[in-house]
Design a protein around this ligand. Structure first.
Ligand SMILES: [Zn+2]
Length: 105
């Protein structure tokens, strides 16, 4: 998996950006990030917004991939249940959302 960072100040960009949120530079570079990380938090969505109700209930997760890289995503439907601090790995993307599964079970 790759993410973007500012070539000037190395700030990681978590969303599509036109300028760096730290130094306003317009120069970005891609860099590789791990596909495994630890689960920081999650919540179960039972009443989903329009367009997602067919997939409810589902878990939205917050994952630390590296010390300074925290991302959000969704737990894949086939995943075992989440546990705080548990290891998860990314298995794909769906509509721009990272899909994770609980690892090591
Ligand atoms: Zn910058």
């Amino acid at each position: 998996m790759t993410m973007q960072r500012c070539t000037n100040c190395k700030t990681t960009l978590t969303a599509a950006a036109v300028v760096c949120v730290n130094c306003l530079s317009r120069e970005f570079e891609n860099f590789d990030v791990p596909t495994e990380g630890h689960l920081v938090s999650w919540t179960t969505i039972r009443r989903a917004p329009a367009g997602y109700s067919a997939t409810a209930p589902y878990n939205v997760v917050v994952v630390d991939l590296a010390p300074s890289i925290r991302v959000t995503g969704r737990l894949a439907p086939e995943s075992p249940p989440p546990s705080m601090g548990g290891l998860v790995h990314q298995v794909g993307e769906e509509n721009g959302c990272r899909l994770f599964v609980v690892a090591g079970i």
